[in-house]
Structures are given as structure tokens and as C-alpha cells.
Design a protein around this ligand. Structure first.
Ligand SMILES: NC(=O)c1ccc[n+]([C@@H]2O[C@H](COP(=O)([O-])OP(=O)(O)OC[C@H]3O[C@@H](n4cnc5c(N)ncnc54)[C@H](OP(=O)(O)O)[C@@H]3O)[C@@H](O)[C@H]2O)c1
Length: 403
């Protein structure tokens, strides 16, 4: 018998015949072990695969979350003893801004409309930073008297102001009026800050180089300055109309002010803080399920208030921006503006109108009459609608200094 025939016979003996039962096969320890080993390998392969997929998903979500949160202001420069005012800082972005400025040694006037909430925030920030130089001050931007009282008191306390952060804001509230009869969002977000800043200009100049930071919003992209209906009397749209208009007004104000403060050492910049998980949406009136969904969604997809404060902080602190003015920033980077947010003619008009509404004397001479009526001297209107003031520059400076 050949060796080949032998091998074939022993293989046939080892191989179960069609007649052998299933239990015989299962009882065979070699087959059982092989089967177990196979299953074992398969199980762990699945575990490793699932683990790797989990790691990838986690890494992508972590990266996405990092991108959503935006850059952090990491320079460690201190501002010990610098005098700062932050509006609307008992909560949200403003509170985080104060917390970081306090850590860096600033002397901060917390300008809030609710003294009790302001005090709670002040004590918490003192506890966390050990900076005792924090003061609770009453300021309701919806009342021009309150703004004047705040400034009057501040001026008895401080001869200089190094940093003003116009942070307070309301969004999409039902139509209501300020104490002075102006539409609430335009009144609080723009007019209150307009008056506050103008009344503090002399103190800011005393402290030059000093800074103004205006917290605006990307919502300005949807906004237009409605010259015929600035107070939304004829038609009120709480977000796309009134809120967006007020945030566009913040930007036009910033640009006009930067022009007026040229060469004074006072810079003014504005920013969009991002979409931030704060109390700003307190007037949201959707159904409960939508509120719950938004709350849940915002946990991951919105910035934390700390992250939301980073652009304001960079504008307030970064030594590299000491001379930058008139800019619009988001995620700590300067962005170009859409044409309606950098329209000089609209900015001029809004400035004059705001002065009338808050009762300030004009900072500039009235706009020149059209070229056909002008007698050839003094101011001229440029082809792009901007005004060249000739000798008017002196007047501007004098009035700005007086303010
Ligand atoms: N959160 C966002 O996603 C987002 C996006 C773009 C722009 N922003 C802008 O960021 C700024 C800060 O908003 P936030 O998100 O931090 O909102 P927030 O949590 O609601 O804080 C707003 C602050 O403004 C104060 N405030 C409201 N009305 C005031 C008034 N009449 N006088 C004085 N203070 C007043 C509030 O005081 P009370 O607590 O007493 O009401 C509060 O301290 C706002 O200008 C907002 O437009 C926010």
C-alpha cells in the first residue's frame, strides 16, 4: 500500500461521515476548541473595530467642539489698576469678561440694571479671583436718566477710564418702549450705549491709550437702518427687524466713533461673540418641546459664555491691537464688513439722529447742502456720498475734546 493511500484512509477516518450525528461532532474536543478560538477571535475583532470607530467619532466631535468654541485669548498680559467699565455683566458673556479682567488685576465698575444680581456676580468673582477692586453700579440702558446718573457718579470717583466694554443687550423681546419712549432693543442696545460712551469720552481720552469694545452680533447681516421707521412703529419684527437693526447700529456707531477719535489714542472695535449659551434667548416664545430641544442642542453646538467672551477679551487686552480701530471681529479675527455695515453716509445719519434722540449737541457741523445749492466754499459732498469737511475738522476735534 502506498503512502498516499494510507494518508487518504486516515483522513477519511478522521472526517465525520454523513452518518455521524451532530452531537458526535460537538463532542469532538478538537473541533470545539477550533470553533471557540474562531468565535473568540471574531468577538475581539468586533470590539477593537467598535473601539476604533468610537475613538474616531470622539475625536471628530472633540475637534468640532473645539472649532465651535473658537480661539482662546492666551497672552498673559496683566492690566493691574486699569479702570474698566463693563455693562450687563451679572451674567453671560459680560460676567465672563469681568472674571478674566479681574484675574488680570483690573479695577472694574460692573454696570448692571439689577443690583441684587450684580452683587451676587460681584461676590462670586471676588471669591474666584481675590480681586477686591470690583464695584456694583446701577445702570439701566433703557433709561437715559439712569445713564446720566451712572456717568455722573463714575466721574466723581474716577478721573480716567482705560476700558469701556459695551456688552449689555437684549434680543427679540416683544415690542415695548424704554423709559424715554424709544423701541426697547434699539434703545438699550444702541441708544443707551451711544449716550454712555459719548459722556465718557473725556475720561477715556485722559487715559489714552484706552479702548472701547462694542459687543455687536452677526445678526447685523440681516439688519437695515430703517430711516422711515427707526422705532419700528409701523412694523415690528422682533429679531430680523429690531434686534438686527440695533446690532447693525452698534457697528455703524463703532465706525463713526473710530473716525471721530482718530489720533486721540482711544480705539474702538466691535465684535460678534459667536452663538453663545446664555440668557439672551430669555424672550424666546416657542413651544416647550422646542425650548427643551434648543437647550439640549445648545449644550454641544453653542459656545460656553467663557468662550463667548474671548473676542471681547482680545479686543480689550491684546497689546498687538493697541492701534487697531474701527474693526469688526469674530473668533478673535478681523473680518471685512458687508457694504451696508460700512456705509459712511448711513453711519453719519445714524450718529446725527442718535444725538438728537439722546439730547446731545451735534459733534459735527450739520451736513452740507447739496452741491447745486452750495456756493463753492466750505464742505463738499463726494461722489460716494461721504462728506469732506474742510476746516470743519477743527470743530469736530474741539467738540470731541469737550465731550
Ligand atoms: N449669546 C449669544 O449668542 C450672542 C450672539 C451675538 C451677540 N450677543 C451679544 O452679546 C451681548 C451679551 O449677551 P449675552 O449673550 O451675555 O446675554 P445675557 O446673558 O442675556 O446678558 C445680557 C446682559 O445685559 C443686561 N441688560 C439687559 N438689558 C439691560 C439694560 N436695560 N440695562 C443694563 N443692562 C441690561 C442683562 O441684565 P439682566 O440680567 O438684568 O437682564 C445681562 O446682564 C449682547 O449685546 C448680545 O446682543 C450674544
Amino acid at each position: 500500500m502506498s503512502a498516499d493511500t494510507d494518508r487518504a484512509m486516515s483522513a477519511a477516518a478522521a472526517t465525520p461521515t454523513n452518518n455521524s450525528s451532530l452531537s458526535d461532532i460537538l463532542r469532538d474536543p478538537t473541533a470545539e476548541r477550533a470553533e471557540k478560538a474562531l468565535c473568540f477571535r471574531g468577538f475581539w475583532a468586533w470590539c477593537v473595530l467598535i473601539f476604533l470607530i468610537g475613538c474616531c467619532v470622539f475625536a471628530v466631535m472633540w475637534l468640532l467642539r473645539k472649532c465651535i468654541q473658537g480661539p482662546v485669548y492666551r497672552k498673559t498680559n496683566r492690566i493691574d489698576g486699569k479702570v474698566v467699565i463693563v455693562t450687563g455683566c451679572n451674567t453671560g458673556i459680560g460676567k465672563e469678561t469681568v472674571l478674566e479682567l479681574a484675574r488680570r488685576g483690573a479695577k472694574i465698575y460692573m454696570a448692571c440694571r439689577d443690583p441684587a444680581r450684580c452683587e451676587a456676580a460681584r461676590i462670586e468673582i471676588i471669591d474666584r479671583t481675590q480681586n477686591q477692586q470690583l464695584f456694583n453700579r446701577s445702570l439701566d440702558l433703557g433709561s437715559l436718566d439712569s445713564v446720566r446718573n451712572f456717568v455722573a457718579r463714575f466721574k466723581t470717583e474716577e478721573a480716567r477710564l482705560d476700558l469701556l466694554v459695551n456688552n449689555a443687550g437684549i434680543m427679540a423681546c416683544p415690542r415695548s418702549l424704554t423709559a424715554d419712549g424709544y423701541e426697547q432693543q434699539f434703545g438699550v442696545n444702541h441708544l443707551g450705549h451711544f449716550l454712555l460712551t459719548n459722556l465718557l469720552l473725556d475720561r477715556l481720552k485722559q487715559a489714552a491709550p484706552s479702548r472701547i469694545v462694542v459687543v455687536s452680533s452677526a445678526a447685523h447681516l440681516l439688519g437695515r437702518i430703517n430711516r422711515e421707521d427707526l422705532m419700528s412703529e409701523r412694523k415690528y419684527s422682533k429679531f430680523v427687524g429690531a434686534y438686527s437693526q440695533s446690532k447693525l447700529a452698534n457697528i455703524l456707531f463703532t465706525r463713526k466713533l473710530a473716525e471721530l477719535l482718530k489720533d486721540t489714542g482711544v480705539t474702538v472695535n466691535c465684535c460678534h461673540p459667536g452663538v453663545v449659551r446664555t440668557e439672551l434667548n430669555r424672550h424666546f416664545s416657542g413651544p416647550n418641546w422646542m425650548k427643551s430641544f434648543l437647550k439640549f442642542f445648545s449644550l454641544y453646538f453653542f459656545k460656553t459664555p467663557r468662550a463667548g467672551a474671548q473676542t471681547s477679551l482680545r479686543l480689550a487686552l491684546d497689546p498687538a491691537l493697541e492701534r487697531s480701530t474701527g474693526g469688526y471681529y469674530s473668533d478673535s479675527m478681523r473680518f471685512p464688513l458687508v457694504p451696508w455695515a460700512r456705509n459712511k453716509e448711513t453711519a453719519d445719519w445714524l450718529w446725527r439722529e442718535s444725538e438728537k434722540l439722546v439730547g446731545l449737541p451735534p459733534i459735527e457741523p450739520p451736513p452740507p447742502s447739496p452741491p447745486s445749492q452750495a456756493n463753492g466754499s466750505g464742505s463738499t459732498t463726494a461722489a460716494n456720498g461721504s462728506h469732506a469737511t474742510g476746516s470743519g475738522g477743527e470743530n469736530i476735534e474741539t467738540i470731541v475734546v469737550n465731550r
